[in-house]
Design a protein around this ligand. Structure first.
Ligand code: DUT
Ligand code: MG
Length: 133
């Protein structure tokens, strides 16, 4: 079962049901053995775990993965080894990701001729500055 490690945790840890070894740069779609039925208006987001990321370079290709409320299949995690040199060895039962359940709005999209003005406008992609030059 997915489990919260502590009270107050946002993410419930997901376990791999298989042994898998990831070579540097390699990715694998890993089963978790979990299927859920979220109420409408909620989403499950599959996030990496920071400890595995920091220590081993383990991440998720499509982070955060989106689990739709209507999805009844098994939740899988698209793991990737971002370490340039070391393989990552995962065993069945290892906690490889975490599931964050959030409320989500459903938008209604409408074509318009113009958008309301804002302070930001169309600035993005570093328009407020960054570091260095
Ligand atoms: O990390 C993930 C991401 C997705 N899914 C499952 C649940 C989700 O509801 C479904 C579809 O995901 P998504 O919409 O991201 O994939 P897609 O490539 O758009 O596939 P589809 O055409 O089935 O929507 O796959 C997972 O199990 N793990
Ligand atoms: Mg989709």
């Amino acid at each position: 079962m997915p489990a919260y490690a502590h009270p107050g945790d946002a993410g419930a840890d997901l376990l791999t049901t298989v042994d898998v070894t990831l070579a540097p740069g390699e990715r694998a779609l890993v089963p978790t053995g979990v299927a859920i039925a979220l109420p409408l208006g909620y989403v499950g987001l599959v996030h990496p775990r920071s400890g595995l990321a920091a220590r081993h370079g383990l991440s998720i290709v499509n982070t955060p993965g989106t689990v739709d409320a209507g999805y009844r299949g098994e939740i899988k995690v698209l793991l990737i080894n971002l370490d340039p040199a070391e393989p990552i060895v995962l065993k069945r039962g290892d906690r490889v990701a975490q599931l964050v359940v959030q409320r989500v709005e459903r938008a209604r999209f409408e074509p318009v001729d113009a958008l309301p003005e804002s302070v930001r406008g169309s600035g993005g992609y570093g328009s407020t500055g960054g570091f260095g030059a």
